[in-house]
Design a protein around this ligand. Structure first.
Ligand code: SF4
Ligand code: SF4
Length: 368
């Protein structure tokens, strides 16, 4: 891929959005809704969060409204790309009985339109790659996920303002976009430096007919990246964590976390890599139609571990241990890397401020 970087002046951002529309994409972008940044439909750049900054600390997410012009000066919202592809709740198939008693099975078939998402972060692209590996196993692809995934065009933005809760540097996933994008943007004061990651992204970039980014602009990109990296203070321990967690199922710190954890499941809901779900059928009143519903589940739900009618993990300590050990150790065996991309959402959105980085460091440092 041609890595030539181009410059899009701030006042020309709508040209990019217009180009996406001309290529028949619906556009989603970051919009302030209900006190948080969410990916929602946008019509032009005036829908984007100009001057909005973000303060995230354990158990708190607070938007700040400034007079600035920057549109992407925040780290992330409560949801990544996950709900766009793996719906929180959806019908996946149904069975209908006709008057003769014959049953007709059919797969739920949602119409999906080409969709461009603008403003995606490096941690969320890393999480998407993991979700792809789970839902798109060759020969066993999830058809609902695949259809939506094939329709997506991803326009990423390098993170310039990581929050206190972010640690993507520690997991090797950010703050700059590494891969998985069609088009990448770095926001500077007066505009955006753009580079393509795929042929589809290159086509859009070529259509904009932009000037090459100047040396000064590329230096500003590099400085901004260094500053964003330096802002991050939280760390996950590296290498040996997989072995240490598996060796310490009886560590007293699991109980220490359980005394604070309410088992609400908020951490698994906001985590962009968690992919557990449950299924059940819903039947109408005359029992002529039954729908198979899939919805997000969580290690923190007691019956998530039901076996022969009883939960295998009945207490909160064992449920938290399952979540953390699977995320940081089990995923190494399944996917060759940990299941944490350092987005920090589970820290901000935990109502009691349980911090995955602090808890893991305690489990690894202490001998128990
Ligand atoms: S475990 Fe927490 S920090 Fe890691 S990817 Fe999930 S939500 Fe983000
Ligand atoms: S760690 Fe926090 S967010 Fe997760 S289940 Fe416990 S209280 Fe809820």
């Amino acid at each position: 891929m041609n890595q030539e970087q181009k410059f899009l002046p701030r006042h020309d951002l709508d040209r990019l959005l217009q180009q996406l529309k001309e290529e028949s994409y619906n556009c989603l972008g970051p919009v302030v809704r209900d006190g948080a940044i969410q990916y929602l439909p946008i019509t032009d750049s005036s829908d984007l969060p100009a001057g909005v900054e973000l303060d995230q600390v354990p158990a708190a997410y607070q938007l700040e409204f400034t007079d600035g012009d920057r549109l992407f000066n925040w780290s992330n919202g409560p949801q990544a790309l996950k709900p766009l592809l793996f719906r929180p709740r959806e019908n996946i198939w149904q069975v209908q009985r006709d008057s003769s008693g014959n049953l007709a099975f059919s797969q739920a078939d949602e119409s999906v339109e080409p969709t461009a998402v603008i403003g995606v972060r490096a941690c969320d692209l890393a999480a998407l790659e993991l979700q792809d590996r789970h839902f798109l196993v060759p020969g066993a692809e999830d058809p609902h996920y695949k259809k939506r995934r094939d329709s997506l065009l991803l326009i990423g933005v390098d993170c310039s303002q990581p929050s206190d809760t972010c640690f993507c540097v520690s997991t090797g996933d950010g703050p700059d976009l590494r891969s998985g994008f069609d088009l990448a943007m770095t926001e500077l004061e007066d505009g955006f430096v753009l580079r393509a990651g795929t042929k589809r992204g290159q086509k859009i970039l070529d259509a904009l007919n932009l000037s090459a980014a100047t040396e000064t602009q590329l230096q500003q990109v590099a400085i901004q990246s260094e500053q964003a990296t330096a802002r991050q203070r939280r760390l996950l321990p590296d290498a040996g964590v997989q072995k240490l967690l598996l060796q310490r199922p009886e560590h007293p710190h699991w109980q220490n976390v359980a005394e604070r954890c309410t088992a609400c499941g908020s951490c698994t809901s906001v985590c962009p890599t968690c992919f557990c779900f449950s299924e059940h059928s819903e039947t109408n009143l005359d029992a002529s139609v039954s729908q198979q519903v899939r919805e997000w589940s969580s290690c923190f739900i007691p019956n998530h571990s039901n076996s022969h009618g009883h939960p295998v993990r009945a207490d909160i300590a064992s449920r938290y241990r399952q979540w953390l050990t699977h995320k940081l150790a089990g995923w190494q065996e399944q996917f060759g890397r940990s299941g944490c991309v350092g987005c920090g959402r589970c820290i901000s959105w935990c109502p009691v401020g349980i911090d995955i980085t602090q808890e893991v460091n305690k489990l690894v440092e202490d001998t128990g």
